[in-house]
Design a protein around this ligand. Structure first.
Ligand code: MLT
Ligand code: MN
Ligand code: ZN
Length: 303
């Protein structure tokens, strides 16, 4: 199974257009040892030709241009994108659907809750009707395995995560199973598995159990500390409050990942304020010492 990180940044990307935090400021001044990152999405394939996108970021155009394997190969209009799976309805994970409006019928896999958000608060499904057909394929979040036509040899298991619907959602304050999911992606012929969950607020027992069964983890790397945006004077919101488990401290992601001996561990969806973006930072060295990698745009994994 081939995994391509299209974008490894959180909402806003790195640097963020209006942000002058220590990371963004130093990056623009050329004083930063670390990479820019577009917004969060990955692509998975078993044959290197037919790809399943997990999330469609607002940066999708640049992400596809940087990735020859997914570009047109035959005919006047063509793409390696066979389907899209949305793990939630957040703006940074779904807006790219608008950029795919020139395409043939879009095959979109998402939960009923995500479909509702994208037909109401952010009506992408409704809007796209006048540009291209969008075929919605509902997915259950009880780990019932399913396959996607055109994506051979890949099986997916989805489960619900404790998180919130986006700020725009009509049910922002009324959580439902399926607002946000984690997925296990398995190559049927090899049995190799990836767990992908860029927004993980709480490690519930079923999440920890899934983590133990896979070969590679790509999980929430948004914030280093719970109060990262508060101490920088950016926002009053704390990491956990908005559905992101910070890496450091008791019960943090480093501690969780240390309890998963088998898998390759990769953080993804890194916010621009996170010190781990700086490859010379002590926080990044702590990750290195714990065998935890930080995803970057263009990272490819062969599982
Ligand atoms: C989040 O995951 O919390 C987002 O990155 C927020 C956003 O897209 O604005
Ligand atoms: Mn996000
Ligand atoms: Zn910043």
């Amino acid at each position: 199974m081939k995994i391509r990180v299209l974008g490894a940044g959180a909402g806003g990307g790195f640097p963020q257009w209006n942000c002058n935090c220590d990371n963004c400021g130093r990056y623009r001044r050329g004083e930063f040892n670390g990479k820019a990152r577009t917004q969060s999405s990955i692509a998975v394939s078993s044959d290197g030709r037919n790809w399943l996108l997990f999330n469609t970021s607002p940066d999708i155009r640049a992400q596809l241009e940087a990735f020859p394997a997914i570009q047109p190969k035959t005919g006047i209009r063509d793409t390696g994108i066979k389907a899209v799976l949305l793990i939630d309805s957040q703006i940074d994970h779904t807006t790219g659907m608008l950029m795919l409006r020139e395409g043939k019928p879009l095959e979109v896999y998402c939960t009923e809750m995500v479909k509702q958000d994208l037909s109401s608060g952010f009506p992408l499904f409704t809007m796209l009707k006048d540009y291209c057909t969008v075929n919605h394929h509902p997915i259950a979040c009880d780990e019932t395995p399913f396959e996607i036509p055109g994506i051979d040899d890949i099986r997916i298991y989805a489960h619900a995560l404790k998180s919130k619907a986006p700020p725009y959602s009509p049910h922002r304050h009324d959580p439902h199973d399926g607002d946000n999911i984690g997925v296990i992606v398995e190559q049927i012929s090899t049995g190799k598995k990836l767990y992908y969950s860029p927004g993980l607020g709480e490690i519930e027992p079923h999440v920890f159990k899934a983590m133990q069964t896979v070969d590679c983890l790509m999980v929430d790397g948004t914030f280093w500390t719970d109060d990262e945006m508060v101490t920088r004077g950016i926002s009053h919101k704390r990491a956990r409050e908005i559905g992101h488990l910070p890496q450091s401290g008791p019960g943090g992601m480093i501690e969780v990942l240390n309890g998963v001996p088998k898998a390759r561990k990769i953080l993804i969806h890194i916010n621009n304020t996170n010190p781990i973006l700086d490859e010379d930072s002590p926080e990044r060295k702590t990750l290195d010492a714990n065998g935890i990698e930080v995803a970057y745009d263009g990272l490819e994994i062969d599982l």
